[in-house]
Design a protein around this ligand. Structure first.
Ligand SMILES: C[S@@+](CC[C@H](N)C(=O)[O-])C[C@H]1O[C@@H](n2cnc3c(N)ncnc32)[C@H](O)[C@@H]1O
Length: 184
């Protein structure tokens, strides 16, 4: 009987320990964000798409897409197709729900992943709302992958010594436009 009790106790302890480790692993496996989630206000989203002159011929990529609002607005108001990339699965879930509500699921898709591991060479427009150091780290990848003529619009942050060709103030926010130059 004592052996049975000891075995049962050991088994119970093992179950509790495994559950604890699993809980820790779940917490620990939350993605590490290079940039916290702060959505762009709709008035600024609209201005970013205007600045890039987004049309139905465009393929827009939002790198760190949050709830998908830039990609979804580009599809809904300008007829563009688009892809949003975000490292946080919660954001990708929200973005897919929002695309469904906006009836644009045929025009957009959302990909969970690290933007530094992505290929966005299909883009004709790239939108960013990241941080100054992340923009700088991303710059070589943008210049390497994107076709000449691709427009890049960034909310709030510049790209080091690559000077923007336009800077616009919108309702207290600043947005910047660059065009990818011909390769040397
Ligand atoms: C400031 S929010 C911008 C959201 C959206 N682009 C907008 O303007 O409304 C930055 C987003 O980048 C995502 N993010 C942070 N680090 C990332 C990484 N390394 N790869 C992909 N997404 C990332 C965050 O989860 C967050 O949703």
């Amino acid at each position: 009987m004592r052996i049975f009790k000891n075995t049962l106790c050991t088994l119970l302890f093992a179950i509790v320990a495994v559950s604890f480790v699993q809980a820790q692993t779940t917490t620990a496996s939350r993605p590490v964000l290079d940039v916290p989630y702060v959505p762009t206000r709709q008035v600024v989203v609209d201005a970013m798409l205007e600045l890039a002159k987004v049309s139905k011929n465009d393929v827009l990529y939002d790198l760190g897409c949050g709830d998908g609002r830039i990609v979804i607005t580009a599809a809904k108001k300008h007829g563009a197709t688009g892809t949003g990339v975000d490292i946080d699965p919660e954001r990708i879930k929200e973005a897919n729900e929002n695309a469904r509500k906006a009836n644009v699921t045929g025009k957009v898709n959302f990909v969970e992943g690290n933007l530094f591991d992505m290929d966005f060479s299909k883009a004709s427009v790239v939108t960013l709302y990241l941080l100054p150091d992340i923009n700088l780290k991303l710059r070589p990848q943008l210049l390497e992958q994107l076709k000449p003529g691709t427009r890049i619009v960034s909310h709030a942050f510049e790209m080091g010594d690559w000077k923007p060709e336009q800077t616009v103030n919108v309702d207290g926010a600043t947005i910047y436009l660059w065009t990818v130059p011909q390769k040397k």
